[in-house]
Write a protein that binds this ligand. Structure first.
Ligand code: ADE
Length: 227
């Protein structure tokens, strides 16, 4: 079974439109849509904002539904001038930029007995490269930083970019990747750049969401078909 986590509710219906035999399960105040895409069994769930929500979804997909692979879809703010609105980013690894246990002697971003950077799966990332080529899309790769903050501030943006060498910032990916690492489940994280994580970020965000969803859903379903 392949688990698909999307970060916003608007990203669910494009998947449901393409699925057969859908059964919806209500677990922990959320809906998990189980069904078929071609001959592949998939379960699609909406994460909602933030790391705790993402961690719950990943855990339920793995423990209750037996997910053997997790694909995460969502949008992100660019931390790097070479990334533009609409660009697709494949996270090579993810870190929680808002973890700070420095007072106890640990580097920011590091959690003892857990780690800091969580790697995504090289096979899935390679598969994504072939999907991008087939679709005529550019897929950029890099470190993605995750935290429970919507970044719309130049100083904060520069700090995260510099500290973690991250190219994009979002609010869920590292949490899902941390869960996947704990359970030994491969994860792929695809992010579409929706804003530049600066003063205009909040303004651009809603307008962008609708158009990006069509591309990212098609991309993810192409990956499912290849798995
Ligand atoms: N997701 C999309 N844009 C973001 C931003 N600027 N900060 C955090 N998460 C985001």
């Amino acid at each position: 079974m392949i688990g698909i986590i999307v970060s916003r509710n608007e990203e669910i219906s494009p998947f449901l439109d393409k699925m057969r035999s859908v059964k919806t399960h209500f677990i922990g105040s959320n809906q998990y849509h189980e069904g078929l895409f071609g001959d592949k069994k998939i379960v699609v769930v909406h994460s909602r904002f933030g790391k705790v929500n993402a961690a719950i979804r990943a855990t339920i997909l793995i423990e209750r539904f037996g997910a053997k692979t997790i694909l995460f879809n969502g949008v992100a703010g660019a931390l790097n001038k070479s990334l533009h609105i609409g660009d697709l980013v494949c996270a090579t690894s993810l870190i929680q930029h808002d973890v700070d246990i420095e007072a106890l002697g640990y580097a920011v971003g590091f959690i003892p007995e857990t780690g800091d950077f969580f790697a995504t799966d090289p096979f899935l990332n390679g598969l994504a490269e072939s999907v991008a080529i087939e679709r005529g899309l550019k897929l950029k790769k890099g470190i993605v930083a995750t935290g429970d903050q919507f970044i719309a501030d130049d100083a904060k943006k520069a700090q995260i970019a510099e500290r973690y060498k991250a190219v994009a910032v979002e609010m869920e990916g590292a949490a899902a990747a941390c869960v996947c690492s704990a359970f030994g489940v491969p994860i792929f994280v695809l992010r579409t750049i929706s804003d530049a994580a600066d003063m205009d970020a909040g303004f651009n965000f809603d307008a962008f969401l609708e158009s990006s969803v069509v591309i990212s859903t098609g991309f993810t379903l192409d990956m499912v078909a290849k798995l």
